[in-house]
Write a protein that binds this ligand. Structure first.
Ligand code: PGA
Length: 220
């Protein structure tokens, strides 16, 4: 079971308050070193496919590794929605990061319009078609309509999507989208839900710890 906290563009909690927690944190770039120094398994939120070059605003895998960072998120829906991330750039970022020795959580998921048009499986198939299994690749199923909205997929919806994803690509699949202490147990109990990618609730130490404790209880 993997619990990962995506702090997005928020400063986030004091990393030392999370010391010893069996979880991944993905803080903004300026807090990566603090999280590494606090002994946390630390992921970036994005990584470029070149080792260096004229790519203003980007960061490379070797630079992250030099900092002691373990992995990176790739293809989060906010990157796809606001920053022009495409399936092709997701593939480039993922491959380069894995080749360099980083771990990757690659994010997939449909919008509300796509779900309502019955296109969820087509979208997942398209998003996954550019990725290949790798021992250090984990996927996150994040229905876009559930991110930051308070709407969560039901455990059954998550289970169905995760089983479909695993039929296409052999990798652990985390669920993301308004995971909170009070809905984590139902989601994490599903057989194909291998953990959670937590946004808002990861900014609050008590909420994030509660979700980690739920995961630990379900695993044992
Ligand atoms: P949320 O974010 O938990 O705030 O919905 C999840 C994510 O974007 O990874």
């Amino acid at each position: 079971m993997i619990i990962a906290g995506n702090w997005k563009m928020f400063r986030g909690p004091d990393p030392h308050a999370l010391a010893g927690l069996d979880a991944i944190v993905a803080p903004p770039f300026t807090r990566l070193r603090d999280c590494v120094d606090a002994g946390l398994t630390t992921y970036a939120q994005n990584v470029h496919w070149e080792a260096d070059g004229a790519y203003t605003g980007e960061i490379s895998a070797p630079m992250l590794l030099e900092l002691g960072v373990t992995g990176s998120l790739v293809g989060h829906s906010e990157r796809r929605l606001y920053f022009g991330e495409t399936d092709e750039t997701v593939a480039l970022r993922t491959r380069a990061a894995l080749d360099a020795g980083l771990r990757v959580i690659a994010c997939v998921g449909e919008t509300l319009a796509e779900r309502e048009a019955n296109e969820t499986e087509d979208v997942l198939r398209r998003q996954l078609s550019v990725l290949e299994p790798h021992p250090h690749l984990v996927l996150a199923y994040e229905p876009v309509w559930a991110i930051g909205t308070g709407l969560t997929a039901t455990p059954e919806m998550a289970q169905d999507a995760h089983a479909f994803i695993k039929s296409l690509l052999d990798a652990p699949v985390l669920y993301g989208g308004s995971v909170k202490p009070d809905n984590a147990a139902g989601l994490l109990a599903q057989p194909d839900v291998d953990g959670a990618l937590v946004g808002g609730a990861s900014l609050d130490v008590d909420s994030f710890k509660a979700i980690c404790q739920t995961a630990a209880r379900i695993r044992s």
